[in-house]
Design a protein around this ligand. Structure first.
Ligand code: G4P
Length: 189
């Protein structure tokens, strides 16, 4: 997606050879016009697949996922990290290990918003080692819903996530693929 590549080149900051900061339009400040275009792009790519729900992971997946759900005219469901149990005693849970953050957290699907009749599209902002998305897929499968595919805004192709998810049989569609962040240079695949 050229618009996204241009924005990454204009505003992205390479933090180190594995981390790209895009706080100005995706992770802290959010550009709704760009998110709208991202939503359109995912909706077009995954059209005619009978998708009934969009699932994302809080927090930065929400903006692109919401715009995708708007363009596909289906609801969006948010998977929560370590949610309060007070209101939710019927949570489906799985443990996710984050290499970037060097921690583990519980990812939860709350409520009965996904059923066996659903065909789900997972949307997330970054794909690194694919642990969060794999956790999301585990939770969705517990409901016996089917998974149509995975939409990623920024894939870091030098990490293992895309390969891992494709080997698991998922249709992974990334809007941009970053091949390298070495020497402070953003190189697209
Ligand atoms: P993985 O799921 O693909 O294995 O990713 P990992 O655990 O390594 O990533 C943990 C968090 O760091 C995720 O956000 C992910 O989106 C984010 N992340 C990974 N690589 C980058 C990067 O190069 N740049 C930026 N900006 N973020 C990156 P999170 O903890 O879920 O936070 P948030 O969604 O609340 O923002």
């Amino acid at each position: 997606m050229q618009l996204l590549k241009d924005r990454i080149l204009a505003e992205g900051n390479v933090k180190d050879e594995t981390l790209l900061n895009v706080d100005s339009f995706l992770n802290q400040q959010v550009d709704p016009t760009l998110m709208n275009e991202i939503g359109k792009e995912f909706a077009t790519f995954f059209s005619d697949q009978g998708i009934t729900k969009i699932v994302t992971i809080e927090s930065s997946g929400i903006s692109p996922a919401l715009m995708t759900s708007l363009h596909m005219n289906v609801p969006m469901i948010i998977l929560k990290k370590d949610p309060s149990k007070i209101l939710n005693d019927n949570a489906n849970e799985t443990i996710v290990n984050s290499f970037t953050k060097q921690n583990s957290y519980t990812l939860s699907l709350l409520g009965n918003y996904i059923t066996e009749n659903d065909h789900v599209l997972i949307i997330d902002d970054f794909l690194a080692d694919g642990e969060a998305v794999a956790g999301a897929a585990r939770l969705i499968r517990k409901t016996h819903a089917t998974i149509a595919g995975i939409g990623i805004v920024i894939e870091k192709s030098f990490q293992s996530g895309a390969k891992k998810l494709k080997e698991l049989g998922f249709d992974v569609h990334s809007l941009v693929q970053i091949q390298s962040l070495a020497d402070n240079i953003i190189t697209f695949q």
